[in-house]
Design a protein around this ligand. Structure first.
Ligand SMILES: *[C@@H]1O[C@H](CO)[C@@H](O)[C@H](O)[C@H]1NC(C)=O
Ligand SMILES: *[C@@H]1O[C@H](CO)[C@@H](O)[C@H](O)[C@H]1NC(C)=O
Ligand SMILES: *[C@@H]1O[C@H](CO)[C@@H](O)[C@H](O)[C@H]1NC(C)=O
Ligand SMILES: *[C@@H]1O[C@H](CO)[C@@H](O)[C@H](O)[C@H]1NC(C)=O
Ligand SMILES: *[C@@H]1O[C@H](CO)[C@@H](O)[C@H](O)[C@H]1NC(C)=O
Ligand SMILES: *[C@@H]1O[C@H](CO)[C@@H](O)[C@H](O)[C@H]1NC(C)=O
Ligand SMILES: *[C@@H]1O[C@H](CO)[C@@H](O)[C@H](O)[C@H]1NC(C)=O
Length: 517
């Protein structure tokens, strides 16, 4: 029987490694000659020893570092897979020597080497693809619907289909269970699979999902039209946003019972920002004009479309300091601009300053390949026995956590199920003090990535918690996070719709002083 605990047994193979090494290495070297799959062209297979700092010279600079630390012996297989006559994905599969019989696909933009290294290091046969284009620009979409289709769902699904075939080819024993791990666009891709290819995975770990994708792009485009550029009378400086943040904390930090600088439930926070309007004696570096207070009001309000329907919820309060240099920086959001230029209008000169909800309506009417990813009926996934564990940072500065709660309600209403029924296959955890997929000021180390790992025990690690849920039927009640700052402390994050409150006794860093209510 496979147990989650075998995941943590990465040591202890010492003696056998050397003897087994040659066989594994030659298996790896000879593997390309065994691959005869339609549309698949193998570029190379490469044995990588644990401890290698792998250089990836052709990694697009916009996707991140061209180096990856590798913690386990793996066979790395790199290939191209045609998805149509005019499109292809670049796919990698990493097969660990110390294999646990589990297949896993990573997601998000670019090939996520750090997720592939993380999960293959935990014993998964792991794959990752490039979504059908290289780099973060939207230009490859221009007059190329096949590339949009790859991005919407096909790259990921193709990688799963091919990856599973290769796993069965590489390991005689094949695999028993299949998993998914991804955040952001990777979170959207995870839900796309749950909605459209419910048989692909037994367990899906989907973080901070970029679903309601068109609504998200419209909302992201809208900040620039609210703030204007840095010379506009509607624009706030970094110092003013810091003042807004401090005022929000003053009004809302205590709502969870603890004044610790961390909002446990930003939903409850309805700040009155007009308190900051300049009056005689105010500090003019930090006080606001009425127009600037209106900017803040609009930013902390949902975005509604032309005929009044909700396009996207508000930015949750609490992210002002981070967003002062991102969403509120007085510059257009590049991914939104690219989508309108290269997909919606086929107009490379489209001006993001002109964005209005009319543009959102045009984009929504297209919704190519249902990239919106908002289907509320997960009954096929449920029927196939799948489990989806999703999490969202409550200080996410790029994708509002309120949207994950909105989707939860959407699924509940569509499937006519309350939380106790949804709990059987779909659990949402809200992670206080966590930014977009990581970072932040709270106890956000939950094992969703290698950098956010603070142990492989399922209490502390969302991936092993998912494995235990799928394979042993033990569902996670809470997700225990560890702080990144020292002295380290823990906090158990709640499963929606519960929220965390401090009940004492002791310091806020005492994990037993909190209750999910
Ligand atoms: C890998 O090598 C690069 C280039 O020398 C270096 O910048 C990076 O820090 C190294 N990474 C690790 C984990 O050693
Ligand atoms: C390429 O086009 C041919 C002819 O239309 C078709 O038979 C084939 O399936 C296409 N290949 C792919 C990968 O779509
Ligand atoms: C799959 O599970 C069976 C039964 O528990 C086990 O015998 C087998 O080794 C597993 N296969 C793999 C690939 O781990
Ligand atoms: C992406 O980059 C790889 C090299 O890393 C290249 O082989 C592939 O053709 C590129 N894909 C596209 C769609 O340009
Ligand atoms: C944009 O170009 C694509 C591909 O050429 C086409 O399918 C689509 O209809 C065009 N959209 C508009 C708004 O012209
Ligand atoms: C603001 O105005 C100054 C002076 O007119 C100009 O140089 C600068 O480019 C403007 N900044 C923006 C963001 O428009
Ligand atoms: C005004 O606020 C700024 C930013 O917080 C601070 O640096 C400055 O000292 C304040 N000025 C006065 C007169 O208090």
């Amino acid at each position: 029987m496979i147990t989650w605990s075998s995941l943590s047994v990465l040591a202890g193979v010492g003696q056998t490694v050397l003897a087994a090494q040659d066989a594994f290495q030659s298996l790896c070297q000879n593997f390309p000659s065994k691959i005869h799959l339609q549309d698949v062209t193998v570029n190379f297979a490469q044995y990588i020893a644990a401890g290698t700092n792998l250089s990836i010279p052709d990694y697009p600079p916009s996707c991140g570092s061209p180096y990856q630390a590798v913690s386990a012996d793996v066979c790395r297989v790199a290939m191209a897979v045609a998805t149509s006559n005019s499109s292809q994905i670049t796919l990698e599969a990493w097969f660990p020597r110390d294999y646990d019989g589990r297949f896993l696909s990573t997601g998000n933009g670019g090939i996520q080497y750090y997720d592939i290294a993380y999960t293959s290091g935990m014993g998964f046969a792991a794959v990752g693809a490039n979504n059908g284009h290289n780099g973060t620009s939207g230009k490859p979409f221009f007059h190329h619907p096949e590339v949009v289709e790859d991005f919407a769902y096909r790259s990921l699904h193709t990688g799963v289909v091919v990856g599973k075939e290769l796993t069965k080819l590489f390991y005689e024993q094949g695999f028993n269970k299949s998993y998914y791990l991804g955040c952001s666009t990777g979170g959207r891709q995870g839900f796309k699979e749950v909605q459209q290819f419910p048989e692909d995975f037994d367990g899906v770990l989907a973080g901070a999902p970029a679903f309601s994708f068109i609504g998200l792009l419209a909302w992201s485009a809208n900040f620039y039209t609210i703030t204007g550029n840095a010379n506009s009378s509607t624009f706030l400086t970094v110092a003013q946003w810091t003042a807004v943040h401090n005022e929000i904390l003053r009004q809302c930090d205590g709502l969870d019972g603890a004044k610790d600088g961390i909002l446990e439930d930003p939903d409850l926070c309805q700040p009155i920002i007009e308190t900051l309007i300049c009056q005689p004696g105010s500090n003019h570096t930090t006080c606001l004009t009425g127009q600037q207070a209106e900017t803040v009001r609009q930013i902390l309000s949902p975005l509604y479309g032309e005929n009044g329907q909700l396009l996207y919820p508000r930015m949750q309060p609490g992210t002002e300091e981070a967003d002062a240099s991102i969403m509120y920086a007085g510059t257009p959001f590049p991914y939104s601009t690219d989508w309108f230029r290269y997909v919606v209008y086929n107009d490379t000169t489209w001006d993001p300053a002109t964005f209005s909800v009319k543009d959102a309506a045009a984009a929504m009417a297209q919704n190519p390949f249902n990239i919106q990813t908002w289907d509320g009926d997960l009954s096929r996934f449920r029927a196939s026995g799948g489990k989806v564990l999703t999490y969202h940072g409550l200080a996410d500065q790029l994708i509002s956590s309120e949207n994950s709660k909105r989707y939860y309600g959407h699924v509940a209403r569509t499937m006519n199920m309350g939380p106790s029924q949804l709990d059987e296959f779909y659990r949402l955890f809200t992670i206080s003090g966590m930014g977009h997929c990581g970072g932040g000021s709270g106890a956000y180390l939950i094992g969703n990535t290698q950098t956010n790992e603070a142990g492989t025990d399922p209490e502390d690690n969302v991936l092993t918690a998912l494995v235990r849920w799928v394979e042993e039927g033990v569902a996670p009640e809470t997700v225990r996070g560890t702080s990144a700052t020292s002295p380290k402390y823990h906090r158990r994050h709640c499963r929606y719709p519960r929220r965390n409150v401090y009940v004492g006794p002791g310091p806020y860093t005492n994990e037993n002083a909190w209750r999910c209510v």
